[in-house]
Design a protein around this ligand. Sequence first.
Ligand SMILES: CC(C)(COP(=O)(O)OP(=O)(O)OC[C@H]1O[C@@H](n2cnc3c(N)ncnc32)[C@H](O)[C@@H]1OP(=O)(O)O)[C@@H](O)C(=O)NCCC(=O)NCCS
Length: 215
Amino acid sequence: MASSSSPSNSGSNILNQLTATTTTRTVSPQLSIAPITTPAHLASLRRLNSLLLPVHYPELFYREILTDADAAAVSRLSWWDHICVGGIRGKVEDIDSEGRSSGGSEAEGGKRKVRVYIMTLGVLSPFRGVGVGGKLMEWLLNGGDGRGKDGREWEVVEVYAHVWEANDEALEWYRRRGFVVEENVVHGYYRKLRPNGAKVVRWINDRERSIVMMS
Ligand SMILES: CC(C)(COP(=O)(O)OP(=O)(O)OC[C@H]1O[C@@H](n2cnc3c(N)ncnc32)[C@H](O)[C@@H]1OP(=O)(O)O)[C@@H](O)C(=O)NCCC(=O)NCCS
């Protein structure tokens, strides 16, 4: 995350890199994702969310990432060199064999079976379209850290999020990553927006999908 480039050069360098990565579609080596482990990281995520999202999140939402190993295992910041350009904050829910929330249930091989709720996901607008959000999502769909508070390996069976009903771009972005956009609108989800509804986007892993299709 530290960078040796001077502030005066870094702006044009970054623009050149963004152009290059857009045309080649390879993710720049200057992009990395890293765990959220310090109060300064929390401050970076807080800044991103307040810039990008229409919802205010309480202090606990941030602090939990440092105190709850489950939350930490599904949350990350994206860095372009030393600049924090994106972040994802997830929440882990244990699920039972019927998919309901539960005190904990095992997947095949004794793994913990979990669902992840994406509470926030955002990328600074000048850094969109170069794979920042995609890299965060790919990491999450591959299981995040792979285990949480009890140290047991988990299987991420499902990932879901609420997206503003009028945010066609984001809905499409989720669709292209294998999410299904549910028909129903959750009215009143966004108090500050008009329209005020959210759509649920949901991804189910291949193994789980084939189990559901067979049953
Ligand atoms: C939705 C959001 C997170 C997407 O983030 P992003 O960083 O722009 O996403 P990506 O760059 O990975 O993907 C966007 C497009 O960039 C293009 N792209 C360009 N270079 C790329 C590269 N190197 N790798 C991958 N994609 C690349 C692709 O066309 C991709 O579209 P695709 O869906 O066809 O693959 C971002 O637009 C955002 O923060 N929006 C505001 C907040 C919000 O709406 N959050 C979602 C609700 S929770």
